[in-house]
Design a protein around this ligand. Sequence first.
Ligand code: REX
Length: 409
Amino acid sequence: MVSATARRGTVVGAVLLSLLAVPAHAAAPSDSTPATGEAALPKPDLDGLRADLRTARRQGAPGAAVRIDAQGSTFRTATGVADRATGRALGNADRFRIGSVTKIFTATVLLQLADEKKLRLDAPVNRYLPGLLPDDRITVRHVLSHRSGLYDYTNDMFARTVPGFEAVRDKVFTYRQLVDRSLRRPRTSSPGAVYSYSNTNFVVAGMLVEKLTGHSVRTEYQDRIIEPLKLSDTFYAHPSTRIPGRHARGYLTPDQAGAPLVDATRQTASWAQSAGAIVSTTRDLNTFLRALLGGRLTSAAQLAQMRRWVPAGANQAYGLGLRRRDLSCGVSVYGHTGAVQGYYTYAFASKNGGRSLAAFVNTSNNGTVHATMLGALDSAFCGKRAKAPRGRTALVERHEDIAPGIARN
Ligand code: REX
């Protein structure tokens, strides 16, 4: 490992570059499935990645970090500050709020429960939570694939970004209160008809976990994922307002151009809970995705369910708590993005987890920064070919689409 030189305002850590020399087909030894397709992955464009992070800073992110793991090799780099008041440099050891990447954890627990025959994906949610939802046709699968039609209560909650956040920063909600906020609004579609992203779905998913196990989601995340994988920097941070240990402070970008960033670090994250309240690090997120996609957290059959796709916007599809992004070079990556006030997170891996990327910036509500960070996926998985026009590659992966022609947004 090469020691990192900390220098405020520049790339602060760059570790190991043998990544470039390792044959991409050498799957992690403990992977239970062969790294099909991963042999063909282009080398990551590490200079491009560093440039992406610098661009994100110029566009308003106080700090940015990325880590790639591949076949036992690690690359990590970071730039900018974890704390604007002290000027402490941001690094990959800093914990941060991962927002909706939490949804993969929640879905994983439910798929394990399906493995244990305690849950059927095609059963109505109301079978397990009688009377919760106003339509008995809404199934567990609809909820996990954002096809329930349940309105996303956060649309109203955060219509005005900073006042919306300040109104809930210290609040503690029950799951039922969040579901009730959704049900005050009409459903957005009939069950199963349309993909429409809604945090309400993963609040319902958290309720299912708690009902079926008799334990809190915290206990289930801990016992089923965090402890077995030794994710020592990963916590379910609710309803405490503090992020334990070394962490990056998160700075929310107000809607008014030029208004100062708002330090949003301290919050209950109660509006998110099982839809978005986990804290983690880039290392732990890569470990998690590698294990999940390598088949070490669920049976192969349940992982296959997680990877049954519905179209979900341009070059994207959604499985069960898992997003697929089809990159410019034809490679697809699997994971999730996350947005909680003050943090954007990106956690994606190649098909069987052989190459994983976790990145974050400590700002949010900044679409320009978000687009730049999505571009970092091209640098990491498409390499210098990122600018190649679509359709000019032999790398295009084929995917089952379980709902061809479905409406998308
Ligand atoms: C909440 C508002 C966004 C954030 C949200 N977060 O739904 C969930 C999540 C947990 O991570 N979803 C993202 C706020 C989209 C994902 O799946 O990638 N924005 C902010 C506003 C906008 O308040 N008015 O950017 O911090």
